[in-house]
Design a protein around this ligand. Structure first.
Ligand code: GLV
Ligand code: MG
Length: 312
């Protein structure tokens, strides 16, 4: 895994088409936690090979800040995967934190990418394990195998849900992925969201939701993103700078939650260390060791988002 990016925030993950210089040039100016330069579905087949050099140039010559920087390569069922890795990691691997593997169907696909990355790293003088992997679950076969996929390599940093391809793989009668289906009584992706989240967390991965395709409907995005935010996801893809701004807010704890988490930790430390009690009242609620764990998660997430505790 990439030691640098493993724990960096990924509230907003900006998708940037790798064949278009205009979008590549703008990407570092967008306030997103993570940016991925895409060689996959936003690049036309006839541009796939030429896009590699544009992506390499963008990684090396644009000024990137501390954000997580990733390239989405093409899936193993195409002819482009190995060339994407050799050209991009071989020429711009130093600043690259991760590669994203789309349409992952089995653990073997992650292992194959891990092995190829190791060879490329050795050949270009990078430490083995320098480049991490993000895996996208967006087929029925991938979802069935998600538990093995999440455990397939120490390079894995995140597991991502791809709702558009997944809807196609399921043969859902929809023409837009990643949005609510009003005719469905409930959340049609609830099972999928939960299954991916559990598999990711069981293996210490960050868990990311994919794109919301109505790019002009920011209220719709805010509402839809709450579904995965409330379950515990770390972030979601952004297709525009405006979407990134909404997601940075949705996937951060509020200042009130952040301060309350610190208050719980203080009260629990006093109870256990001074009074030798494992369960005490905190206002109207009983807190114990499990409350400490929940509060710690809020603190970690808030700190990742740049929050600091209010004084007083
Ligand atoms: C993203 O790649 C998706 O298919 O939703
Ligand atoms: Mg996809």
């Amino acid at each position: 895994m990439s030691a640098r990016s493993r724990d960096l925030p990924r509230r907003s993950c900006l998708s940037t088409p790798g064949a278009t210089e205009k979008f590549l040039a703008k990407a570092p100016t967008v306030a997103a936690d993570m940016t991925f330069l895409d060689l996959e579905d936003s690049v036309a087949p006839l541009e796939k090979v030429a896009a590699r050099a544009k992506v390499v140039d963008a990684i090396k010559n644009l000024t990137w800040d501390e954000r997580v920087l990733c390239v989405r390569i093409n899936a193993w069922d195409t002819e482009w995967t190995y060339g994407d890795v050799i050209e991009v990691v071989g020429n711009a691997g130093e600043r690259l934190d991760e590669v994203m593997l789309p349409k992952v169907q089995s653990a073997a696909e992650v292992v194959a990418l891990d092995l190829l990355l190791t060879q490329v790293e050795k050949n270009c003088g990078l430490p083995v394990g320098h480049v991490g992997i993000e895996a996208q679950i967006e087929t029925t076969r991938g979802l069935i195998n998600v538990e093995e996929i999440c455990a397939a390599s120490p390079r894995l940093e995140t597991i991502i849900f791809g709702p558009a391809d997944f809807a196609a793989s399921m043969e859902m009668p929809v023409l837009t992925g990643g949005v609510a289906i009003p005719e469905y009584p409930g959340d049609h992706f609830h099972y999928v969201f939960s299954k991916i989240l559990m598999a990711g967390r069981a293996n210490g991965l960050q868990v990311i939701d994919g794109p919301y395709l109505y790019v002009r409907n920011l209220d719709g995005l805010r509402e839809f993103a709450q579904r995965t935010r409330v379950l515990g996801y770390d972030g979601k893809w952004a297709l525009t700078p405006d979407q990134a701004a909404v997601l940075n807010e949705v996937y951060s704890p509020t200042q009130e939650q952040f301060d309350r988490a610190f208050d719980i930790l203080d009260a629990y430390a006093r109870a256990t260390e001074e009074d030798r009690k494992g369960a005490v009242m905190f206002g109207d609620e009983m807190i114990d060791e499990a409350s400490r764990k929940m509060a710690t998660k809020f603190v970690t997430r808030g700190e990742r988002a740049g929050l600091t505790r209010s004084s007083g």
